[in-house]
Design a protein around this ligand. Structure first.
Ligand code: NAI
Length: 320
């Protein structure tokens, strides 16, 4: 392999880098020339307690390999302190990997407000706080690379994870908007939905599966996306066990009802097969709000010209 991807002179913040995926990211950036801020609160996987050990061990590992690293023990909800650590130690910040996370799994029926809020605080507010503090620095230096960490649970939903799913999908929206707002200043933001063996997954996945799910198989995508030569921006990737794939939205060709006639639910029922058909060759893949609006705008021209287009029902209460 020629032309290795290096990060010399770059400063990387990895949140939740004391274990699992974050540790893998931090070690890999440290090994390729970056100065790394190893952030970790050092609590349990449900967010209880705190310890400096988790971050310290990873810092020592990076230094033992000849790399540069400092520890930060703040919670991501105090994101500005993490950015401050980077500025004090290395004088700049170039790359942010928002990786810190906890779980509070419980069925929606039994979920408390506190369980809902805590998950949002760590995943959403935490990512926001770190990014908000780094954003002016990125803009000024006309360079920034951001990776947010979502989850299959956010993309598809998962039983017992209403809080986590909602928070994780929020990070996809955040990513897409920051990608748009940062583009002109060479700030790129992408989001990954990883699958890896960690203390977070070790109790839910069988041991033979865990053996194939090494965090080190997720990190190379993160590094590629964060390199200065990579132009990918605003994208979502699923990654794990050596698989890397990109995700996009798909919308059916749908059905346009006449704009100048009252629309009744019975007409929606009549067209349901067409509204939900992804296989009729008319499906599209909108990539922006403008593209999303195209079909709606096109229907502005859809004026009923004949009697046949008129609904069979005549009143809004469903009586013919
Ligand atoms: P992990 O539990 O090994 O690592 C998470 C780290 O974040 C821990 O070291 C923890 O101390 C730290 N942390 C928690 N709250 C923090 C806070 N407030 N401030 C700073 N650090 C904090 O879990 P894993 O699996 O490595 O997870 C990393 C990220 O990947 C998480 O965001 C998780 O939701 C996400 N993820 C992981 C998947 C997997 O298969 N392992 C699947 C989908 C998403």
């Amino acid at each position: 392999m020629t032309d290795n991807l290096r990060f010399d002179g770059r400063v990387v913040i990895v949140t939740g880098a004391g274990g699992g995926l974050g540790r893998s990211h931090a070690l890999a950036f440290g090994a390729r020339g970056a100065s790394v801020v190893v952030n970790d609160l050092g609590g349990s996987h449900t967010g209880e307690g705190a310890s400096t050990r988790a971050a310290d061990v990873v810092v020592e590992e990076i230094r033992a390999g000849g790399g540069k690293a400092v520890a930060n023990y703040d919670s991501v909800v105090d994101g500005e302190k993490i950015v401050e650590t980077a500025m004090k130690a290395f004088g700049r910040v170039d790359i942010i990997i928002n990786n810190a996370g906890i779980l509070r799994d419980v069925s929606f029926t039994r979920m408390t407000d506190q369980q809902w809020e805590l998950i949002f605080q760590v995943h959403v507010d935490g990512a926001y706080k770190v990014l908000k503090a780094a954003w002016p620095i990125f803009r000024k230096q006309k360079f920034g690379r951001i990776i947010n960490t979502t989850s299959a649970a956010g993309l598809y939903g998962n039983f017992g994870q209403a809080n986590y799913s909602a928070a994780k999908l929020a990070l996809v929206g955040l990513t897409q908007t920051l990608a748009l707002e940062g583009k002109k200043d060479n700030i790129h933001c992408n989001v990954i939905a990883p699958m890896a063996a960690s203390r977070m997954t070790e109790t839910v996945l069988p041991p033979d599966m865990l053996a194939s799910l090494k965090p080190e198989m997720v990190t190379p995508l993160v590094q590629y996306l964060c390199h200065e030569d990579t132009t990918e921006n605003g994208s979502t990737f699923e990654v794990g066990a050596g698989f890397v794939g990109k995700l996009r939205w798909e919308r059916t060709g749908g059905h346009g009802f006449p704009i100048d006639k009252t629309l009744f639910p019975e007409q929606v029922r009549e067209q349901w097969a067409k509204i939900t058909d992804f296989e009729d060759g008319r499906a599209t893949h909108p990539t922006s709000t403008a593209e999303s609006m195209e079909s709606i705008m096109a229907n502005f021209e859809n004026v009923a010209t004949d009697e046949a287009a008129r609904p069979k029902v005549i009143s809004a209460d469903g009586k013919v």
